[in-house]
Write a protein that binds this ligand. Structure first.
Ligand code: ADP
Length: 188
């Protein structure tokens, strides 16, 4: 058996960027960029509820909503993913209203919740960069840096996939991962 020293120090192998639909991802958990009601919405939230089926909404009704920066977990129902982690990103209000910290907190709380549930592979959308209008490049750097920090501290966590819906998002993540994540094989 490999020891944790041999495994998973390699950040670039554990962070992936793809262009696609998060509802199709074969991972332990997908993350939903939800709103505070947790009762469904547009964008990625609507897509996840449509793909998971009505039971997801029924479970969400029992959760009592979720504050911005926090995260809650449900089952995935008809999704390929076993779990959905619902987090509420900040609405962009110019950048001086705690938006960066709240977005960081979304990633951190989602990952901590995943770790507690024994989840080892997770897919994130670009939280807050749609209807909530957080600037894409700034949000992308926050997402990558928070994930890097978590993976360094949790060596048994296998894979984080950033799922980009559009071309702009994919290009932005690709560029930032190339700059912020050390190349395969180099410890950092
Ligand atoms: P928010 O309200 O947090 O801004 P949105 O759902 O409006 O949430 O957008 C967040 C991001 O999710 C955007 O980059 C949007 O393009 C993307 N997105 C929308 N649908 C999907 C999907 N099916 N899979 C992955 N990402 C998606």
């Amino acid at each position: 058996m490999k020891s944790s020293n041999q495994l998973n120090h390699n950040l670039s192998a554990r962070i992936d960027v793809i262009q696609g639909d998060i509802t199709q991802q074969q991972v332990d958990a997908i993350v939903n960029a939800a709103n505070e009601s947790l009762l469904g919405g547009g964008g990625v939230d609507g897509a996840i509820h449509r793909a998971a089926g009505k039971q997801l909404l029924e479970e969400c009704r029992t959760l009592g909503g979720c504050s911005s920066g926090e995260a809650k977990i449900t089952k995935g129902y008809k999704l390929p993913a076993k779990w959905v982690i619902h987090t509420v990103g900040p609405i962009w209000r110019g950048g001086n209203n705690g938006e960066d910290d709240l977005l960081r907190s979304c990633y951190r709380h989602s990952l901590n919740l995943a770790e507690k549930k024994g989840i080892r592979t997770i897919a994130f959308p670009a939280i807050s960069t749609g209807v909530y209008r957080f600037p894409l490049d700034r949000a992308t750097k926050i997402a990558i840096n928070e994930v890097k920090q978590f993976l360094r501290e949790n060596l048994s966590f296998e894979q984080v996939i950033f799922v980009c819906f559009g071309d702009d998002s994919y290009r932005c993540y690709f560029k930032n991962v190339s700059e912020l994540v050390p190349l395969r094989g180099i410890k950092n």
